[in-house]
Design a protein around this ligand. Structure first.
Ligand code: ZN
Length: 100
């Protein structure tokens, strides 16, 4: 199990959970409900956390979240198969269809 996303804004964490779940990836929320005692914990300890249940899903889920939560990120990438430069929003090489 791996931590994939956390934020002090639990709406954002819930949103991230929906995105990943819709892709068929099993996730769980931790620290979803805080039952008092907040004064004794550092604020970071009480942030809701999104965890992927299966480590093998981690990469897929983190890429999914990155793409969805940072749509403005248009960093270019180079295709490992044909060396073509692709726009950051492309999931596949436009030239040879190799997955990013
Ligand atoms: Zn290519």
């Amino acid at each position: 199990m791996k931590l994939i996303y956390t934020s002090e804004n639990r709406f954002l964490v819930g949103n991230a959970k929906n995105i990943v779940e819709n892709a068929g990836i099993e996730v769980i929320l931790k620290n979803q409900y805080i039952s008092g005692g907040v004064g004794e914990l550092s604020p970071l300890d009480t942030w809701p956390e999104l965890w992927v249940v299966h480590d093998s899903d981690y990469e897929k889920a983190s890429r999914l979240l990155e793409d969805t939560l940072n749509p403005g990120d248009t960093k270019e990438w180079r295709c490992g198969h044909c060396d073509e430069i692709n726009a950051g929003s492309f999931e596949y090489c436009w030239k040879c269809r190799t997955e990013r």
